[in-house]
Design a protein around this ligand. Structure first.
Ligand code: KIV
Length: 266
């Protein structure tokens, strides 16, 4: 597969007959190799790493330094997929200079673009990043860094006023120069309207089938997560398989049947 680039993703629209964008999170080298071998278009080092990998209660609990370390781990695998890094909470809230400096750390670590959450309050910082040659993916709807503001993980843009605000935010992000926008946990009808109204691809997660692409979290898709939202489809049960493997090895050690003669040096 040829390397996927930002301009290629930016021009993808299902309405033009293009294939949907497939984006999956990954947080380390083995995960990135699996995602890339599975043929995804984009690997997202999501701040969901806070909950999936670092055992934290929400995505607010991940730092720039942790993100940069994991971006570097993914980038070492040199995937064909585009490498996009989430900007963690408070890395783009304290002014444009701070935002660009933080995004540059993720780019230097190996990301080719960054993703950040929010609508009209972010237009200016998206423009600042783009003028620093850093491509930006937007993220609207249920933006998990605003969990305390929302009071829980709730479907967004359910009423007409909120849907109109979201649609206007998506248009604004496109105008500010974003190359794609994630729509999380919004009614399918609203996501369909956004998808029709903007020229950049929408990538849905819990946003129905009418987006220009879909994204899921690696650990949810592959069955490592205990509890998953309604919009997740599990394609494997790797946690169960892993537990079976570990307990079979532990039993062999206890029975004295591991290692065998062939598994020993002579
Ligand atoms: O952090 C993440 O994994 C994300 C995706 C769910 C879009 O932002």
């Amino acid at each position: 597969m040829a390397r996927i680039t930002v301009p290629e993703i930016k021009s993808r629209k299902v309405s033009k007959g293009d294939p949907p964008v497939v984006m999956l999170t990954a947080y380390d080298a083995p995960g990135a190799r699996i995602a890339d071998s599975g043929g995804v278009d984009i690997i997202l080092i999501g701040d969901s790493m806070a909950t999936t990998v670092l055992g934290q209660p929400d995505t607010i609990h991940v730092t720039m330094e942790q993100m940069a370390t994991h971006v570097a781990a993914v980038a070492t695998t040199k995937p064909d997929a585009l490498v996009v890094a989430d900007m963690p909470w408070l890395s783009y809230h304290l002014g444009n200079a701070d935002t660009v400096r933080n995004a540059a750390k993720l780019i230097r670590a190996g990301a080719e673009a960054v993703k950040l959450e929010g609508g009209r309050s972010r237009f200016e910082c998206v423009e600042a990043l783009i003028s620093a040659e850093i491509p930006v993916m937007g993220h609207l709807g249920l933006t998990p860094q605003s969990i305390n503001h929302f009071g829980g993980y709730k479907v967004q843009a359910r009423d007409d006023d909120a849907a109109k605000l979201l649609i206007d935010d998506a248009k604004g992000l496109a105008l500010a120069g974003c190359f794609a926008v994630v729509l999380e946990a919004v009614p399918g009808k609203v996501a369909a309207e956004v998808t029709q109204d903007i020229a950049i691809p929408t990538i849905g997660i819990g946003a129905g089938v009418h987006c220009d692409g879909q994204v899921l979290v690696f650990h949810d898709l592959l069955g490592f997560s205990d509890r998953v939202p309604k919009f997740v489809r599990k394609y494997a049960n790797l946690a169960d398989d892993a537990i079976k493997g570990v307990s079979a090895w532990a039993a062999d050690v206890r029975a004295g049947t591991f290692p065998s003669d062939e598994e020993s040096y002579h």
